[in-house]
Ligand binder design. Structure first.
Ligand code: ATP
Length: 488
């Protein structure tokens, strides 16, 4: 059952072989940092996003006080645009600060992230780091803003410049007042959004872990300043529990609290939910999600203008004429609290997850190799994806044992019944062992086989992917049993 033998190469090979993930524009040689999701991958990623939306938003009970939550709270969703008013990014600080430092090598023309020189390879001598080869000539580190620039409208001049959003969060902040005035939410409440984000990463790498186009699942949770630390603790733990509930159960998942030196200047607390991806050296973890206590930084920025730290205070950054360097909207984004009869700018807790990194973590955790006996009892090696049934791309596969004696007709009938509810697959090609094996690799938790006995007593075999155990169940009970098992 161990998946200690998981290597990145094996996961990547499986993703290609089974149609989970392909390189974007592959027939033209691909384009760095962009990935396409194939027929199984799109289902897996969609199931992950649906589980997140269901568990965080539509399934949330706002009348109940959840364990460890300071109080009941409401949750609503949004879907905002990828291109926004350019001032959004000036006031938020992204225009000035959303950069990485890079160095160029004048000899080989390679470009590297300054903070990743220690883990990068010299293109001319991969056993060496950039700068270690005798001929290397590295430049001083320079800033590179990660936002993709584009133009809105027909004029390609600076007044038409706009950006593809590097995070979905700002679409939520600028709609804070709209949500407040059109829904019946009261602080504390959260606004959730799932959507594409774009970052022109200097060195995209490690498959879908760091790409230039990716999807985020973000919540901005608005609360009273006095309760914000308690809400921060709640969201940190709630989000870790979510990953565990969908199968990230191993010691490879960890929560790491940032020290004050690692936090952004506005943050009162940040914790990363991390996973020990197989491409990382032993003992190292990569970020899946950041949970951050952002104080009133974002709402104030969009009211007053770009903020900078001055001692203990966040103050508007001013130009040489004393004017805000990057003005905010000037709109009042405060909240009137009926209970205390006071006006406050709510504090924000932000659990910000990446759908692609989450997909990759679930794939790595689920990948396993074992040996199971074939029809003659001889052990055969197999690759199996032990995905949680809720996120598995295909929930069940239906097979006739043989292509005669009315078995395909019966199997098709079962397939059609189950298909109304789930993504179910029908297969009558090849030996039954091979059909099971294909589904094991695809992560399908259940296989249903119609055989000779089915015509006699209306039962089929239900095979469990993980144990390979087969039980006989009545066709009439099948839907209920599968539903129960998927719900876990
Ligand atoms: P990193 O330090 O790895 O660049 P980050 O701290 O900049 O990540 P955030 O800005 O906190 O990331 O974004 C929230 C989440 O969005 C991350 O936890 C990650 O899951 C996802 N994400 C960020 N950048 C990328 C990327 N280039 N490719 C895929 N997912 C990403």
């Amino acid at each position: 059952m161990s998946n200690g033998n998981t290597t990145m190469d094996k996961v990547v090979a499986l993703c290609k072989r089974r149609g989970f993930i392909f390189q974007s524009s592959e027939i033209y040689g691909g384009i760095g940092g962009f990935w396409d999701y194939g027929p199984l991958g799109v289902e897996l990623k969609r199931n992950i996003k649906d589980a997140w939306w269901r568990d965080m938003v539509t399934g949330h009970d706002e009348t109940a006080q959840l364990p460890d939550a300071p109080s009941p709270y409401a949750m609503v969703g949004l879907d905002t645009t990828i291109i926004m008013h350019p001032q959004v990014w000036r006031a938020s600080g992204h225009f000035d600060l959303f950069y990485d430092l890079f160095v160029d090598c004048k000899t080989c023309k390679g470009r590297f992230r300054a903070d990743q020189l220690g883990t990068s390879q010299c293109p001319r001598k991969p056993s060496k780091r950039p700068g270690e080869h005798d001929d290397c000539e590295l430049t001083e580190p320079r800033e590179f803003n990660l936002m993709f620039k584009t133009y809105v409208g027909a004029l390609l001049d600076p007044t038409a410049e706009a950006y593809l959003r590097p995070e979905t969060a700002q679409g939520i902040f600028v709609n804070f007042k709209n949500v407040l005035s059109t829904s019946r939410v009261k602080v504390p409440f959260g606004i959730a959004q799932i959507g594409k984000s774009f970052r022109n990463e200097i060195t995209p790498r490690n498959f879908i872990f760091r790409s230039r186009e990716f999807e985020q699942m973000e919540i901005e949770f608005f609360c009273a300043p006095a309760d914000s630390q308690a809400w921060y603790a709640y969201w940190r733990d709630r989000r870790v529990a979510w990953y565990v509930s969908l199968g990230l159960k191993s010691e490879k998942l960890q929560l790491r609290e940032h020290g004050p030196e690692e936090r952004a200047h506005y943050s009162c607390g940040t914790a990363d939910i991390e996973y020990a991806f197989p491409f990382l050296p032993e003992g190292e973890f990569g970020e899946l999600e950041g949970v951050s206590h952002r104080s009133d930084f974002d709402l104030r920025s969009h009211m007053e203008g770009k903020l900078v730290r001055d001692g203990d205070e966040l103050v508007v950054e001013r130009d040489e004429h004393g004017q805000p360097r990057h003005p905010g909207s000037g709109k009042d984004l405060s909240y009137f609290d009926d209970a205390t009869q006071t006006k406050v700018v709510p504090h924000v807790i932000e659990p910000s997850a990446g759908a692609d990194r989450t997909t990759l973590a679930f794939l790595c955790e689920a990948y396993d190799e074992d040996a199971i006996p074939d029809e003659k009892g001889v052990p055969q090696e197999r690759v199996v994806l032990r995905l949680h049934p809720r996120i598995a791309p295909i929930k069940a596969a239906v097979f006739p044992l043989v292509k005669k004696d009315g078995q395909p007709e019966l199997a098709s009938e079962i397939y059609r019944t189950l298909k109304k509810r789930w993504n179910v697959f029908y297969d009558e090609k090849g030996s039954i062992g091979k059909r099971y094996r294909r589904q094991d690799e695809s992560g399908t938790p259940y296989c249903i086989t119609v055989d000779h006995q089915t015509t006699e007593d209306d039962t089929v075999t239900l095979r469990d992917r993980d144990t390979t155990e087969q039980t006989r169940v009545k066709i009439a009970d099948l839907e209920g049993i599968v539903a129960e098992r998927i719900a876990g």
